[in-house]
Design a protein around this ligand. Structure first.
Ligand code: FE2
Ligand code: FE2
Length: 584
């Protein structure tokens, strides 16, 4: 026996698992905490997993499983590599090496352990893994599904929290970030659910909580009082727990056998880490030490809830810890009233009708840039409104929530496109009243279905060439400003998609497309404007902000304001944004 060769084998960190038939056999030990294998996996699938302290969840049946392992190990010795199956072997990498008995290998067997390559040295296994890793790693289908189901549930709950907190969270940037993060979660919920359905295990259970402590965990964050608690709960507890679960799944599952799971988990991890990164920044900006200290008890409650669930993915031995409800002691109720931070002034102002100028062929394109940016940034109210539809509509297929969340995120993007436009012109957008009367009216006066009908009527109404998105894009192109043209280019593309989403989901509920549009229009007119009432209540004077902003833009462009345009003073008192008369 060539001992150098054998040492080389040891140095290659040959794993302890041996291929045996179509099963994978590893060392075993007692099923105590920190030990090695899943007894049920042995019994059901002839597979003994390798060292993974997270996997051993109970001691039940260990005697029988031990015997099974011994039997399997005995047969495995006749195959590729002979190993010791000592208990100590399982503890550390060094122990595993010591526990090997390389002197029992034949030369032929040892030579078989040189690094395996494909034809002309090509990487084996399509480059996914080494032959050794492919032969030694892997949780069972059952365990993979169990973890996926928990991740699915967590992403679904996270999605609901992000969506539900958009409307009444005042800070604009957080509304935008929550919109993005909800979109990411919605996409990954769909991908994980699809994978579970492929996995031979009945997919039942996707809609039920995998553990009551997980629900408590997410209920608490959903109901968190104040922005600081919400951010800490989301970005220091929930999102990191999802990341941990994904990282473990990626590490533990076989890259070839369970490749679809491995693949979607990597994609999900990428975006969850983006969410985490934003959350870390947000907490740095918005949560001070004092606030964190005042929430320490609640943050411990979150930790305890996860610990008693065996961590988010259930891969850790659950620790029974008391977890009394705090914020969620009173069940959370969605707040439909939009809130804005202090930069947003005069939010009932409807004193400047953007569309009446934009669609006036007698006005030259360049000044219309301001109205385009205004219209885009004013779209903050669309995520505020769509969040209410999502939060208050139950029982739809996930594709509905996914599509609607995609649209919600698109509308947030449109708002930020307007913000970019204003910044590019050197205009302080806080001087432009960005009213929330649309989201406020729809959220508080209409049913979720009627809100959706209004949204569809508006968006389908933007499809005609002469008075819709294509026209806006032509105006933008005519300004010769590349940024404006680019914004409208993508805005138009998005709105075509949104009209389709409306046709897919709300039209079938209301009859034909024409009927849905007519219904949405009629409902919209009922709630749109309380022009005089807001004045009477002192909520706004409908100040004409146009001249001041137009002058600033003209300075940026290096031109003199057109006196006639400077005097523009058309409001929304009698003319709606679609240029129809406001119902009397
Ligand atoms: Fe939009
Ligand atoms: Fe839209």
């Amino acid at each position: 026996m060539d001992t150098r060769l054998l040492h080389g084998i040891v140095e290659q960190k040959l794993s302890f698992v041996i291929l045996f038939g179509h099963g994978v056999i590893g060392p075993h030990g007692n099923c105590a905490e920190g030990s090695v294998f899943r007894c049920d996996a042995v019994a059901q699938h002839g597979i003994i997993d390798g060292v993974n302290e997270r996997r051993c969840k109970d001691d039940t049946g260990k005697g029988a499983a031990q015997q099974t392992c011994n039997d399997l190990a005995s047969r495995a010795r006749r195959h590729l590599i002979q190993r010791s199956f000592s208990h100590e072997y399982a503890e550390t990498e060094m122990d595993r090496r010591k526990a090997m008995h390389p002197e029992q290998l034949t030369t032929e067997e040892a030579q078989n352990q040189t690094p395996y390559r494909g034809y002309a040295g090509l990487p084996p296994i399509a480059g996914l893994a080494s032959m050794r890793d492919a032969a030694t790693e892997g949780i069972t289908v059952q365990e993979s599904v169990a973890r996926l189901k928990r991740i699915h549930w967590a992403l679904k709950r996270l999605h609901a929290i992000f969506v539900s907190r958009i409307t009444a969270t005042p800070i604009y940037e957080l509304k935008m970030a929550f919109s993005l993060h909800a979109h990411y979660c919605a996409e990954h919920v769909a991908a994980v659910a699809a994978r579970v359905r492929e996995m031979r295990q009945p997919p039942h259970g996707l809609d039920v909580s995998p553990h009551p402590s997980l629900d408590l965990f997410f209920d608490e964050i959903l109901a968190a009082s104040g922005t600081g608690a919400l951010l800490l709960g989301l970005y220091e507890h929930a999102v990191p727990a999802v990341i941990r679960a994904l990282e473990r799944l990626i590490a533990d599952t076989n890259k070839l056998f369970d490749h679809p799971t491995w693949r979607i988990s990597r994609f999900a991890l990428l975006e969850m880490k983006d969410i985490q990164h934003y959350g870390d920044e947000a907490i740095k900006c918005l949560v001070d030490d004092e606030q964190r200290a005042s929430l320490s008890g609640w943050l411990s409650l979150l930790d305890n809830a996860l610990a008693s669930a065996g961590d988010l993915d259930g891969s850790v031995t659950p620790i029974a810890k008391p977890a009394d409800r705090h914020f969620s002691a009173v069940p959370y109720k969605y707040d439909p009233v939009p809130q804005r931070d202090e930069r947003f002034q005069d939010c009932y102002n409807m004193g400047v009708n953007a569309e009446a100028m934009l669609f006036n062929p007698d006005v030259e394109p360049l000044p219309k840039t301001i109205m385009l940016y205004f219209k885009r940034m004013r779209e903050i109210d669309v995520p505020e409104m769509m969040a209410s539809i999502l939060a208050e509509t139950a029982g739809k297929p996930w594709e509905y929530y996914r599509d609607m969340t995609r649209q919600l995120w698109d509308e947030a993007r449109h708002a930020m496109m307007g913000e970019i436009g204003f910044v590019s012109l050197g205009i302080d957008w806080t001087k432009v009243p960005l009213n929330f009367t649309w989201s406020l009216g729809l959220n508080t006066k209409l049913s979720p279905k009627d809100r959706h009908a209004v949204l569809f009527a508006i968006e389908q109404g933007l499809m005609p060439k002469k008075a819709g998105k294509e026209y806006e894009w032509r105006v933008a192109v005519a300004t010769t400003n590349r940024l404006t043209a680019l914004i409208q280019d993508y805005d138009w593309a998005d709105e075509v998609l949104h009209a389709r989403i409306g046709r897919d989901w709300i039209v079938p509920e209301l009859g034909s497309q024409a009927e849905a549009q007519a219904y949405g229009n009629e409902v919209w007119s009922r709630v749109l404007v309380d022009w005089s009432k807001w004045v009477d209540e002192g909520l706004t004077q409908h100040r004409n902000w146009w001249p001041e902003v137009y002058r600033t833009a003209c300075e940026h462009w290096g031109i003199s304001p057109d006196p006639e345009l400077l005097a523009y003073n058309t409001t929304y008192e009698t003319i709606r944004a679609d240029l129809k008369q406001v119902a009397g």
